[in-house]
Design a protein around this ligand. Structure first.
Ligand code: CU
Length: 159
């Protein structure tokens, strides 16, 4: 009887272990990145396009920050930077139809400014779920208002 109890307890433990959601395994920083592109501004318009970005924890993303406008723009969200692990940021340039990398930065990143017509790539793995609404561009224009005041704000959801 006692033996049966032990066996059933062990069986229950094994079943529980199997039922437990399996965590991510291996080197998460070396996955094939999922590409997401966000435009910082449009000609004559201070906006993030799209205004809402969605990511999932445990996946490697290559967030392409493209500035097709005539003004510099920031991608700033301090809350977001607390929820991700940054592998690197790259400054890239299109040359002869190919994207070449000009520079690579490693380590924690707080915000990125992209100059008119330029592109940067933020490679990261989200590690925490949540929704942040502090995405903004804080550049102040000649009218004394920030781009955020003109609507250059957005939100980021990590599931
Ligand atoms: Cu801006």
């Amino acid at each position: 009887m006692r033996f049966v109890q032990v066996v059933s307890a062990v069986a229950a433990l094994i079943a529980a272990a199997w039922a437990e959601p399996v965590g991510a395994a291996g080197d998460l920083s070396r996955q094939q990145p999922i590409e997401v592109t966000v435009d910082l501004g449009k000609p004559g318009q201070h906006v993030f396009s799209p205004r809402q970005l969605k990511f999932e924890t445990g996946k490697l993303y290559k967030l392409i920050l493209r500035n097709p406008s005539n003004d510099p723009h920031y991608f700033t969200s301090h809350d977001f930077t607390q929820m991700i692990w940054t592998r690197k940021v790259q400054v890239t340039q299109a040359r002869d139809g190919k994207t070449i990398t000009l520079a690579e930065f490693k380590g924690a990143i707080r915000e990125i400014e992209v100059y008119p017509g330029q592109t940067a790539e933020w490679w990261f793995v989200p590690v925490q779920t949540g929704r942040v609404t502090d995405l903004r561009c804080g550049i102040v224009g000649s009218d004394g208002k920030s781009h955020a005041d003109h609507g250059m704000v957005g939100e980021i959801v990590i599931e």
